[in-house]
Each structure stands twice: as C-alpha cells, then as structure tokens.
Design a protein around this ligand. Structure first.
Ligand SMILES: *Cc1c(COP(=O)(O)O)cnc(C)c1O
Length: 244
C-alpha cells in the first residue's frame, strides 16, 4: 500500500469503528432497558483478536475500556503498542496450562477457565507473583465436542473447589452457545446460563464474588442481554470482518 492509500484506509476504518460503536452502544442500552436493567449494567468488551494496535487504540480513544484477546502470544506481542491507561484486559481464548505463567499478571481476568487443572496452575502462578487473578468458569453449554469449557452439570461441584484455591477469585461465568442455534433455542442456552449464574450467586459460597455473566457476541449480543448477560464480547461488529 502507498502511504496515501494507507492513510485513507485507516481513516475510513476508524470512521467505521466510530459508527459501529455508536450503534452497538445504542443496541446494548435498548436491550438492557428491555430486560429491566440500566444500560450501565451491561459491559461492552471489544474483542481484539487479529485487530492491529492502531485500530484498538482508536477504539480506546472512542471510549472502549475493556478488551479481550484469545491468544496469549498475540496479546503479549501487541501489548507494548496498546494505550491501556484505564483499560481492563481479559483473556477469552482457550488457555493451555503451559501458557499460564506468561499470561498471569498481564490480564486482570481469565474468562476461559475450563478445568480444575488450569485453575490450579493460575492459582500457583498468581501466588508466586503475589497477586490475585480474577477468573470466569467457561461452560460448554451446548455440550459440543469441538468446544472447550466444563459441562454445565460439573459447575456446582467444581466451583467450590476452584474458589478455595489461593491467588484467584471466581467472578462468574462465560459461555458460547452452539453456532447453529437461533431463535428460541439460542435464547434457551442463554437463559440456562442465567439460571446457573443466579443459582450460584445465591449460594454464597466462600471466596467467590459472582457478578459477571459473559455471553453474547456480534451476532447475538442483544438476545444474550435480554436473557441476563452482564458482559458482551463483540469483535467483528465493531472492528469489521476479521482477516486472518
Ligand atoms: C472471537 C470471539 C468473540 C467475538 O466474536 P464476534 O462474532 O466477532 O463478535 C467473542 N468471544 C470469544 C470467546 C471469541 O473467541
């Protein structure tokens, strides 16, 4: 690309991000109100996988204060170029035990805790560094073989075990319903997750502070909010289609 066309491309894409963000915020506010909550009760996360730091920084300047990345390596590579003052960073992709050491301390929250094994490693690495990592338990709500996440049924048993580990704080749940689900079926998965969230919150288990229900992406964040999501993870609707 010539310098001139690069500038034009960037300006155009930045304008799109601004327009998209406005539309997403409007949709979130409307859905929150329809679900009997205030717009502030739903957090917007900008999912930044494959997005260059230039555009992530633009979104931050437009008011984004929460970003989510899938891969440890990609995030650590981009991080020095990001303007993260006042921005909260979460890991949302599957985490291998051998990568835990690299990500602990680099994000406030790991949303993709899908086993006791990975939770124990997060605990160990957090204690070593004298910090507390917030975690969400990822639930494979559609029981898909291709997806990571613990089963819905395993949560009541695993949650207290994970909550006992030092150096981490269980803050809630994350889920991705099956890609094919739509309409009432999709709403059913979200509502099932909300049920779990409400139940676990009500149990008053020691050392947990359940206050996040992370569900809903570009295609379905409105439905997720209507069923109780407190955090939606939006990538392509904000930044445009991903180019890998
Ligand atoms: C990529 C991704 C998203 C965002 O997906 P979009 O459809 O682009 O909004 C949300 N959550 C997770 C876990 C993802 O990997």
């Amino acid at each position: 690309m010539t310098e001139r066309s690069l500038t034009e491309y960037r300006e155009k894409r930045c304008r799109h991000i601004e327009e998209n963000l406005k539309e997403i915020r409007d949709n979130i506010a409307e859905a929150a109100i329809r679900s009997g909550r205030s717009p502030e009760a739903v957090q917007l996360m900008a999912v930044t996988k494959t997005v260059e730091p230039f555009f992530i920084n633009h979104a931050i300047r437009c008011g984004i204060d929460l970003i989510g990345e899938n891969r440890v390596q990609e995030f650590l590579g981009k991080k020095p170029e990001l303007e993260l003052d006042g921005v909260d960073c979460h890991l949302i992709g599957h985490l291998q035990t051998n990568k835990v050491k690299q990500i602990v301390g680099e994000v406030s929250t790991i949303q993709s805790v899908d086993s006791l094994k990975v939770a124990k490693e997060i605990s160990k690495q957090s204690v070593n560094r004298d910090l507390v990592t917030k975690v969400l338990l990822e639930v494979n709500v559609g029981e898909e073989e291709s997806k990571s996440g613990m089963t819905y049924e395993a949560v009541p048993e695993l949650l207290p075990e994970i909550a006992e580990l030092p150096g981490l704080s269980v803050e809630g749940f994350m889920a991705i319903p099956p890609l094919w689900a739509e309409g009432a079926e999709l709403r059913g998965y979200f509502s099932k997750m909300n049920q779990l969230y409400v139940d676990m919150k009500a149990q008053n288990i020691d050392n947990i502070n359940v206050n996040i229900l992370s569900m809903g992406m570009s295609a379905d964040y409105v439905q997720a909010i209507l069923e109780g999501a407190t955090l939606v993870r939006v990538g392509s609707s904000l930044f445009g289609a991903r180019v890998y």
